[in-house]
Design a protein around this ligand. Sequence first.
Ligand SMILES: C[S@@+](CC[C@H](N)C(=O)[O-])C[C@H]1O[C@@H](n2cnc3c(N)ncnc32)[C@H](O)[C@@H]1O
Length: 222
Amino acid sequence: MEEDTLDEVLSCFSDKRLGLWGVAQLTAGTGLAVYAVWAGLLMPGFRKVPLKLQVPYLPASRAQVDNVMSLLRGRSGSVADLGSGDGRIVLEACRQGFSPAVGYELNPWLLRVARFHAWRAGYHGKVLYCREDLWKVDLSSCKNVTVFLAPSVLTLLQDKLLAELADDALVVTGRFPFPDWAPCKVEGEGVDRAWAYHIQVVRKNSQLRHSKVDEPPETRIK
Ligand SMILES: C[S@@+](CC[C@H](N)C(=O)[O-])C[C@H]1O[C@@H](n2cnc3c(N)ncnc32)[C@H](O)[C@@H]1O
């Protein structure tokens, strides 16, 4: 009896053709659902950020966090995680003694999760999560910066970091290296890998590159 009912339902579906209107409705419905998840859960708060600078949330793996922390060993003072997600890097940095430990994040859901994690770990009031666009944050007083963003925005971020950070600052990036900078140290393998950059060294190399480009060709050593 039950098999008969199932057969009837299946034959009903196979008899029905979707037609152009049906396909259009299905496409629009799927598009709307994808957009709702993207705008409502993954990227709320990003309305004012240009599309090419929007980076979705992907948490750092445990090994990635360990590699980032290992590259920060021996350092002290302030730390800022640009796009802090659920706050795991900021919280770990605070545990390791960095202060102030600040995360900049636009997604209000992730900010809530980060604050909850900090409260649960007993670090409420010791870490700071700010709802701010990382492209608008003034980084001039920051001594240690951590980054886990998409490769597509890293060229632009290089310019911002170089323009704002002091010579004694260190930048650590997880998963993706900066395209034009030479790291002073690398930790880990594969997707968990992290790269560290001394701003003073990066700045010197970049000035050297620019002075070579500006030099008239006849003065260059052959
Ligand atoms: C790949 S996730 C990394 C999360 C976290 N740092 C970690 O390592 O687990 C990138 C994060 O950056 C945030 N983000 C992207 N663009 C941002 C912006 N313009 N201002 C603030 N946060 C941003 C995203 O919401 C996302 O949570």
